[in-house]
Design a protein around this ligand. Structure first.
Ligand code: URA
Length: 433
């Protein structure tokens, strides 16, 4: 069997066997298969797709490409949460501490930015000293002691996804259903949680633009998880505008802090409370979804979630003084207002483009070797349906490279549309599977 033959087979639209998929993943992890052959395979999969069985086998091969974490000696029902990727999606930063503060053991394996979307690991790393490279012992100890640990993939946990994720990020091969499902579910299975709550995004800023595709992805992941014996729930949420107002790593940490202190944006708060309620039910900390909501609202209001966030930052080596005083987080040299050229209600925000503008400013990677700038990004001043007067500030661009500002401003204005008549914003939660 050779990788060359497998690429040709997939290019012709044929299904790969279990043995072929395992050969490909093992060969890639052990560096017998080079990046250029794997890139060709990823692109062939984007064009030809994978059937349900191939997707399941790819997930299992990636999950077993390294160690499988055994969390059996952590007390309670361990819960993990994962989003399929969005713009301004800092939900895990808010939700993890919320859930942990009510005693839900949160054992989360997170990713870096992918395509036009941000990643939890990059966001957390904008806090000085914060480490997401946790050994298995530290991961387990933290979940036991403070009910939360968020780790990136180390060499030992789902290494196939770690390599493929970085490759897909820079080869235009992210938005394929089977690749997303196997990437997410392999991490989740390797991380060993008992229950998995998925946030499947849909809309312009998501990889799954249509509700129909988002639903199919959600169902595929729920099926894979259940087959592996996990408690599963998927919430489909709106990504037709950025979540909250901030897009960019440190900017999103600041917004997450505001939310944990009880004054965050409505959509982000609602999404975190909804996902948290399902986590509470899955972990048997609440009998009903409504009881879960009460728990989540209470922990935001009484300050427990915020205190848990500080404890979590400290436990993973982060500088707590920076999160207690967010002005000490990385900030950009140029903070430039973009004015609205007309008066009107915001009708549409091209959300993928907002993510791409953040990348242009340095918030994401162009190649696997790129180093991201934690300080840069965009802070919107209006969301869908909100009115703005001509000349008022629509958004702020945060940049360190002055020469990128004019292109960013032009693209931001082109991504926006206005209406003379009131526009109704969509609700953040679309469906639950
Ligand atoms: N999140 C992941 O972990 N993987 C994907 O492919 C997309 C979103």
């Amino acid at each position: 069997m050779t990788m060359y033959d497998l690429i040709i087979k997939k290019k012709r639209g044929m299904a790969l066997t279990k043995e072929e998929i395992h050969f490909m993943i093992q060969g890639y992890v052990s560096e017998k298969i080079p990046d250029y052959q794997m890139s060709a395979m990823m692109m062939a999969i984007c064009f030809r797709g994978m059937n349900e069985n191939e997707t399941k086998e790819l997930t299992l091969a990636m999950a077993h490409s390294g160690d499988m974490m055994d969390l059996s000696h952590v007390e309670g029902i361990k819960v993990d949460k994962h989003s399929t990727g969005g713009v301004g999606d800092k939900t895990s930063l808010v939700l993890g501490p919320m859930a942990a503060s009510v005693g839900i053991p949160v054992a989360k394996m997170a990713g870096r930015g992918l395509g036009h979307t941000g990643g939890t690991i990059d966001k957390l790393e904008s806090i000085r000293g914060f480490s997401t490279e946790l050994s298995e012992e530290t991961f387990i100890r933290n979940v036991n002691d403070i009910h939360i640990a968020i780790a990136g993939q180390t060499r030992n946990l789902a290494p196939a996804d770690k390599k493929l994720y970085a490759l897909r990020d820079v080869t235009g091969t992210v938005d394929q259903m089977s690749l997303i499902a196997s990437s997410i579910m392999s991490k989740k299975l390797a991380a060993g949680a008992d229950a998995i709550i998925l946030d499947v995004k849909t809309g312009d800023g998501a990889f799954m633009k249509s509700l129909e595709d988002a639903r199919a992805l959600a169902k595929e992941m729920v099926t894979i998880g259940r087959l592996a014996g996990k408690r599963m729930k998927a919430v489909i949420s709106d990504m037709d505008q950025p979540l909250g107002y901030a897009v960019g790593n440190a900017l999103e940490v600041k917004e997450a802090i505001n939310t944990l202190q009880g004054h965050g944006p409505e959509d982000l708060t609602e999404l975190a409370v909804t996902l948290g309620s399902y986590m509470a039910v899955a972990a048997e900390k609440a009998e009903t979804f409504e009881e879960g909501r009460e728990l989540m609202n209470e922990t935001l209001q009484n300050g427990n979630a915020w205190r848990k966030f500080c404890e979590f930052v400290k436990a993973q080596g982060g500088d707590v003084s920076q999160v207690k005083e967010p002005s000490r987080l990385p900030s950009a040299q140029y903070i430039v207002p973009v004015q609205s050229p007309v008066s009107g209600f915001t009708a549409d925000i091209k959300t993928e483009e907002i993510g791409r503008i953040s990348l242009l400013l340095g918030g994401g990677r162009e190649t696997k070797e790129s180093i991201i700038d934690p300080a840069v990004g965009i802070v919107l001043c209006r969301k869908k349906g909100e009115y703005i007067e001509k000349g008022d500030t629509l958004a702020y661009l945060h940049a360190n490279a002055k020469e990128k500002l004019s292109a960013a401003e032009e693209r931001l204005l082109a991504a926006w549309s206005w209406s003379d008549t009131p526009v109704k914003a969509k609700s953040i939660i679309k469906e639950v599977i």
